[in-house]
Design a protein around this ligand. Structure first.
Ligand SMILES: Nc1nc2c(ncn2[C@@H]2O[C@H](COP(=O)(O)OP(=O)(O)OP(=O)(O)O)[C@@H](O)[C@H]2O)c(=O)[nH]1
Ligand SMILES: [Mg+2]
Length: 428
């Protein structure tokens, strides 16, 4: 696998525009009517279209970060990107410490940040000038953030109400001006500082309990002050890059981008990205996935496609499929497996996908594997009567997709996969 993530993402996108060819490439054993039906349901799927368009139009997400100096806003950006991100900032806007920044690494813009530390400065300046809130408001109208990331220290007790009210006002005013309800994610950073603070990794149970208590307490304050958020997530952004902050501050961008993580003290950053991703518009969501942790992005996109294919399977099953036609589900799964393999960097090959399915289901190759696979499917999937239910179509397609992701993207070998699959089936 020598191609870059960027290239592979482009390939997935191109695939969408050739979905009909992919389906046509299914072997002759799959009747033409079935191919026609498959093309229809795939091309009509809005979620698939949105996801693929998101890949096509992926752009760096824009976040408004609100949090007092030193809560770890810059560290959080690094933690999300898994890279030491250079902040290229405009001149300060106004007088209240609002900054507009582009986050760069390896010559690519990963995200845009409007950084506001101006909480607590909503009183009018002595000269009768504009408040920090006014300035932020104006800047937001131009910046058009996709989401607000509201950062506090997990340990903080003071001034929380004041901060929450500030964010609520900013959000409400933006909604009045634009009609847009911006999603807000509350992050309680520096969760590693919670007691017992000597544990920096593998938090013991009582530390996790303390962290969860802080989340609950913050949720209570949010409710009390009527600020609606997507979620409250306690997180840690601590990363040791092998250099002191003074050394980092003086480092040229090219060197910063090449820094490797020496000690990874991140906590809950994955969860945070998931929450953000699911509440952003699709083009920004895809941009976030691309910015965040390049290793994980293929897995996330592949699993997203698997869930979409599983929902396509339920559409197919919505008009109950007689058992004689269950082959259409196997054909759909073969297309899905082919796409997952392709994302992993393999060549497009329906033969390889067929082989994978045959192997998972334990049927021999040769003959009409779709028919055999279908017969096998009937045996292993529970709940078959005379027709396939939507639930079974969904879970069967999901499991097949999950197995393909494990095999192609994570390189898990087939023997191990089959053991896991047996355990899965036994648990059902
Ligand atoms: N222990 C711990 N320290 C953190 C964490 N996140 C940030 N820090 C430290 O907190 C300090 C401030 O972090 P920054 O990321 O510069 O904070 P900031 O919010 O960007 O600050 P301003 O740019 O001044 O507004 C630095 O010394 C970081 O190393 C964390 O999750 N855990
Ligand atoms: Mg900063």
């Amino acid at each position: 696998m020598d191609n870059t993530v960027e290239e592979r993402l482009n390939r997935i996108r191109d695939l969408y525009f050739n979905l009909d060819k992919l389906v046509d490439g299914l072997p002759d054993a799959v009747p033409d009517e079935m191919k026609k039906k498959l093309k229809e349901v795939l091309l009509e799927n809005e979620e698939l279209k949105r996801t693929m368009q998101g890949l096509e139009e992926a752009r760096p997400p824009r976040f408004l970060m609100v949090g007092r100096t030193g809560v770890g806003k810059s560290s959080l950006i690094n933690a999300m990107c898994g890279m030491y991100v250079a902040e290229v900032s405009d001149v300060k806007i106004g007088t209240r410490g609002i900054e507009r920044k582009e986050c760069h690494a390896n010559g690519r813009m990963l995200m845009e940040i409007l950084d506001s530390r101006g909480i607590g400065e909503s009183v009018q300046a002595p000269d009768g000038g504009r408040t920090a809130e006014d300035e932020l408001q104006e800047e937001m109208l131009d910046f058009r953030p996709d989401a607000i990331i509201f950062v506090e220290r997990c340990k903080a007790r003071d001034r929380l109400n004041e901060d929450i009210i500030y964010v609520r006002k900013v959000r409400e005013k933006y909604e009045r001006d634009t009609g847009v309800e911006i999603p807000v994610l509350a992050v309680l950073n520096q969760a590693d500082e919670m007691e017992p603070s000597q544990y920096k990794k593998d938090f013991p149970h009582r530390k996790i309990e303390n962290i969860q208590q802080a989340e609950q307490e913050f949720e209570r304050l949010l409710a009390q002050n009527r600020l609606k958020v997507i979620d409250v997530i306690a997180a840690a952004s601590r990363i040791d890059w092998g250099y002191s902050s003074e050394e980092l501050a003086g480092m040229p961008e090219a060197k910063l981008a090449g820094l490797k993580i020496q000690d990874d003290g991140r906590y809950n950053i994955d969860k945070l990205i998931d929450r953000l991703e699911s509440s952003l518009e699709v083009d920004a969501a895809m941009g976030l996935l691309k910015a965040a942790d390049v290793e994980g992005v293929l897995d996330r996109i592949a699993m997203k496609l698997v869930r979409i294919f599983a929902s396509v399977a339920t559409v197919i099953a919505a008009t109950p499929i007689p058992l004689s036609d269950i082959m259409i589900l196997t054909a759909l799964q073969a297309c899905m497996v082919e796409i997952v393999a392709y994302i992993s960097g393999e060549k497009l090959s329906i033969k390889a996908a067929e082989k994978f399915i045959a192997s998972v289901l334990g049927v021999g190759l040769g003959g009409n594997i779709f028919k055999m696979a279908a017969r096998q499917l009937i045996k292993i999937l529970p709940g078959f009567g005379s027709a396939v239910s939507a639930a079974v179509a969904y879970s069967g397609t999901c499991s097949m997709g999950w197995l393909a992701v494990q095999y192609y993207i994570h390189g898990v070998d087939m023997k191990k996969l089959k053991r896991e699959q047996k355990a899965l089936a036994a648990a059902q």
